[in-house]
Design a protein around this ligand. Structure first.
Ligand code: MD6
Ligand code: FE
Length: 220
């Protein structure tokens, strides 16, 4: 029987080795041991704080659907970007961060050389075909000495990793199901983004990619 690849991946140069992206930034390949239970948690959270497309301060709707868990959730609207203890859609606290999430984020940070990472915020992104994240810095957190831990689940995506200036050249990294990116230190404010998601069908997430970024939003 002849089969056809309905969703061929693009012929883009991407790196696959367990990479160091910078002095204080690296990719931990297939670090997530139980992706299915993470996905089950995400589904339960989205039943409490639903997926939504936030507005940018400039008035555009983000292509990525978002929700949060933990004490603080990242929100964007016409007034700007900030962390909030309550979900503006429900006026209720965000779902709690599961212990398994805390442990995973802590262990990934540890493996990347950052000890004692205890996140208080987890932004959960859902990408459908065509959804993207323009080059940006993560700079809404109070303590820039704390790293960010970013978990990818489901469909692969190409992550752009730039420099400290928006115009710096970017590296392309293919992030796949179970991969974790950790960065901090001198790389904490590097520009980064995600290219438009290619259509596909993943065995556990279907037509989506999920990304969770764990942060310490508020200084202890
Ligand atoms: C994403 N990630 O992977 C978007 N930010 O879908 C981010 O914006 C990000 O992966 C800071 C650190 C790691 C990240
Ligand atoms: Fe980011």
């Amino acid at each position: 029987m002849v089969t056809y690849d309905l969703f061929p991946q693009p012929a883009v140069p991407v790196s696959h080795a367990p990479e160091r992206l910078g002095e204080d930034a690296l990719v931990l390949r297939a670090f997530v041991t139980d992706p299915q239970s993470m996905l089950d948690c995400i589904e339960a959270m989205a039943a409490i704080s639903p997926w939504r497309h936030m507005q940018t301060p400039g008035g555009y709707e983000m292509s990525v659907a978002m929700t949060n868990c933990g004490c603080y959730g990242w929100v964007s609207d016409r007034k700007g970007y900030r962390y909030a203890t309550e979900d503006p859609l429900t006026d209720r606290p965000w779902p709690a961060m599961p212990t398994s999430f805390l442990t995973l984020a802590h262990d990934a940070a540890q493996a990347a050389g950052f000890s004692d990472f205890v996140p208080d915020a987890c932004l959960i992104n859902r990408y459908a075909q065509g959804a993207k994240m323009g080059l940006h810095q993560d700079k809404d957190e109070e303590d820039m000495r704390q790293p960010i831990v970013s978990v990818s689940l489901g469909l692969p995506a190409i992550f752009l990793f730039g420099g400290l200036k928006r115009s710096d050249k970017t590296q392309r990294v293919l992030l796949q199901h179970g991969d974790i990116v950790v960065w901090g230190g001198e790389d904490r404010l590097r520009y980064h983004g995600i290219l438009p998601l290619k259509a596909g069908m993943h065995a556990t997430t279907g037509e989506y990619r999920f990304n969770l970024t764990f942060r310490k939003a508020v200084e202890a």
